[in-house]
Each structure stands twice: as structure tokens, then as C-alpha cells.
Design a protein around this ligand. Structure first.
Ligand code: SOE
Length: 394
């Protein structure tokens, strides 16, 4: 690897599941494709010194600390990667941008539209000073989803008329699963709607190029109380936690269903649930146009199914495209055709976009403004659900 690349010092805040995945991507991004920097994994910040130091050692960061604030005064830290629960995204991102640090922040951007607006204002002010920011909608960087967008842009689907997007998980079906931060509104802002609904809203808009202009929705919390989370001791890179004997109220949705209209006329339906028993990470999108359709299921993430409506019916049907050719978005970084990618690879692709934007002195995509627009959709769904599912403009 070239040694004359400029060094870029990175700090990460948060070290659970996304901490593990982003650390993997930071360890890898200098060693695939055409790196623009020599990145240094300088410091991992958590809330507990011992656990942060253990996570830093496990994930390959030079040190682990229990406070993110001093990082912003370090001249060797150029990038801050925010992987904390949603209740701290705004505070950390705005402070980091104002300190001149480039920021990548996990989705959803914030807990509320108001926070997302302040973050976007800070990002736009920082951009004028050459400081870059990005929201981490990782599924945009799945090659099959990039191919779906290319097919729409090339007119292969014709006029896009309908989208049906679902994100099906089942990790909290057990009523004894503890009340972790994703199940607390003051920590996360929303439940399945924000956590996984944000992904399918962004992906549907990314593939079709249409933005939702209004929605009608309903939400449900099936399990009303859960055991409180016991004090964390070891490193936790999953979604689970130890349960205490006390119980607390679940303050977010377990499931959300909603529909809306795109600004190009498409009718879109969405379902985000953590109660689809048997579905583990079933993010599925189908787009129907006047000339063709595509269908994607993340649990078969290297495949895109395409129906070409211009072919005679007698010989027609959805055909399976293995999105592992070097010309498919992101694939040329990796293996020969057919060898497949996994959940972690798109996180490397999004770091390549982020670092490429920094090097090219441009704003990366998706921007905080894109994250704000998704937050506005989320808030409109919640307003609709709180008001007998009335159709609500965005
Ligand atoms: C939990 O629902 C979760 O980890 C999400 O937070 C991630 O964004 C998604 O990629 C997998 O599931």
C-alpha cells in the first residue's frame, strides 16, 4: 500500500453492533479499491472507560476513552464516526462539525425533525468551510440495490407506478427480551419505524428517484412492558442484553405500516416490524413500472430479480441477476463474479464514498439534508398514526 497517502485520523463514538461493523469497515477501507488516505483508527469513545478500552483493543483502535468531547480538540482527529443511540447524534455531530471534523453518522439521523434540522444547518455551514458530513444509509451501497437504481434511471422499468417495501425482523418477539435503548423513545426516537423503517424509506426513494410527499400510517406496540436491561459488563456487539428483574414500559412501536405517494406519481407501501417471527433481516423491495419490475430481498443480497416487460409473455418471467459482476456498483473492490458479498461490504463502500468526497472536496451522499427528509417522513407517519391514520403531508 502506498505510504505517501495523506494520513486521516479517525475517532468513533459508540461500540456496540454498529461499532463492530464500522470498525471492520475502517480496518478494511485502506486495503481495497483506490484508497485516498492512510486512515488511523485513533480512538474509540464509549461511556465506560473499561468497556471502551476493551472494545478498542478488540476492534483495533489505538485507545479507548469514556468521553467524546476531548476528541474534538485533538489536531490528529479529522473524522468523527457517530454510532451512538439517536439521543446523542445531534449533540455530537453539531459539536464535531463546529470543531472542523468531518462527520459520518448512523441512521436515522436524529430523534426528531427539529434535531435533524439543526444538524443539517450545521452541516451546510461546515460544508462552506470544507468540512464534510454524511448519513450512513448502508443499504444504498448494496450492489443489487445500486443496480436497481441504474435500471430505473436507464428507463428499463418505464414509468414507476408502485413500490412495496418491507423490513421484517423478529428479534424482540420474546416478551422477556430486555428494554434496550432501541425500545425506549427518549433514547431512539422511534421503534421499528425509525430504526428499520428509515432504511426502506431511503432505499425506495433512492431506487426510484421519487420522494414521498405524504403518508398515512399505523403503528402498534404488541409487548407493552419488558424487563429492564441489567447493567452492561462485557462487550456487546449484538442487539441483546442481560435482563434485570424489574420491568419497564415499552415506549416505541414494535411494528409500523404506512403508504404514501411519490413526487413522480408512484404509490408506495411500507411495513417495518420486529415481530415477523422467522424473518431475521428481511429487507425486501419490489418496484413495478410500465415496462418492467425489480425485486430485491436482503436475505439474498447478491441477487436482483428483474422482469423485462418488453419481452413476449410466452418466454417471459422474472430473471435472477447475480449482482456480482465487476461493473455492478462496488463489486470491483472485491472478488470475481459469483463469489458474493455480505452485510459488512456496503459499509466499506459508504466509507469509500465518504473518504472520496473528503479527498475531492465535495459533499458526500447521502447528506444530512437527505437524512432530514427521511426524518420528516418518519415524523409524518407518526403524526398520521397518532391521528386515526389520516393522510399527512410531508
Ligand atoms: C436493528 O434493527 C438493526 O441493527 C438496525 O439498527 C440496522 O440499521 C440494520 O441494518 C440491522 O438491524
Amino acid at each position: 500500500m502506498s505510504t505517501e497517502l495523506p494520513e486521516l485520523g479517525v475517532a468513533v463514538v459508540g461500540h456496540s453492533f454498529m461499532g463492530a461493523v464500522h470498525s471492520h469497515a475502517w480496518r478494511t477501507v485502506d486495503h481495497v479499491g483506490s484508497p485516498r488516505f492512510r486512515t488511523r483508527r485513533l480512538v474509540l469513545a464509549g461511556r465506560d472507560a473499561g468497556r471502551a478500552q476493551a472494545a478498542a483493543a478488540q476492534f483495533g483502535w489505538e485507545e479507548g476513552v469514556d468521553d467524546w468531547r476531548p476528541l474534538l480538540e485533538r489536531d490528529d482527529v479529522h473524522v468523527v464516526d457517530i454510532l451512538t443511540p439517536g439521543d446523542s447524534h445531534a449533540e455530537i455531530a453539531i459539536a464535531a462539525l463546529e470543531a472542523g471534523k468531518h462527520v459520518i453518522c448512523e441512521k436515522p439521523l436524529a430523534k426528531t425533525v427539529e434535531e435533524a434540522q439543526r444538524m443539517t444547518q450545521a452541516a451546510q455551514a461546515a460544508s462552506a468551510r470544507g468540512v464534510r458530513s454524511m448519513v450512513a444509509f448502508n443499504y444504498r451501497k448494496v450492489p443489487a440495490i445500486g443496480l436497481a437504481r441504474q435500471l430505473v434511471e436507464a428507463g428499463r422499468l418505464g414509468e414507476v407506478r408502485q413500490v412495496r417495501a418491507v423490513y421484517l425482523q423478529d428479534w424482540i418477539v420474546d416478551p422477556e427480551f430486555p428494554l434496550t435503548w432501541r425500545l425506549q423513545k427518549d433514547r431512539s426516537g422511534a421503534g421499528a419505524l425509525g430504526d428499520i423503517g428509515s432504511h426502506i424509506i431511503d432505499a425506495a426513494q433512492f431506487i426510484t428517484g421519487q420522494r414521498l410527499t405524504g403518508v398515512s400510517g399505523a403503528v402498534e406496540t404488541f409487548v407493552k412492558t419488558r424487563p429492564l436491561e441489567a447493567a452492561r459488563t462485557g462487550q456487546n456487539t449484538g442487539l441483546g442484553a442481560e435482563a434485570s428483574t424489574e420491568r419497564g414500559e415499552v415506549t416505541v412501536d414494535d411494528a409500523a405500516v404506512f403508504f404514501g405517494r411519490g413526487d413522480g406519481g408512484a404509490l408506495m407501501t411500507f411495513e417495518a416490524t420486529r415481530m415477523a417471527l422467522g424473518r431475521k433481516n428481511g429487507m425486501r423491495i419490489e418496484v413495478n413500472g410500465s415496462r418492467g419490475s425489480i425485486a430485491f430481498d436482503f436475505e439474498s443480497m447478491n441477487e436482483l430479480h428483474f422482469f423485462d416487460g418488453t419481452l413476449p409473455d410466452a418466454e417471459n418471467g422474472f430473471r435472477r441477476i447475480l449482482a456480482t459482476e465487476p461493473e455492478h456498483p462496488g463489486v470491483s473492490n472485491w472478488w470475481p463474479a459469483g463469489h458474493g458479498l455480505g452485510y459488512d461490504h456496503p459499509f466499506v463502500h459508504e466509507l469509500q464514498e465518504f473518504l472520496g468526497a473528503i479527498a475531492d472536496e465535495r459533499d458526500p451522499s447521502p447528506s444530512f439534508a437527505d437524512g432530514l427528509q427521511v426524518q420528516q417522513v418518519l415524523e409524518a407517519v407518526q403524526r398520521s398514526a397518532d391521528n386515526q391514520s389520516v393522510y399527512t403531508s410531508i
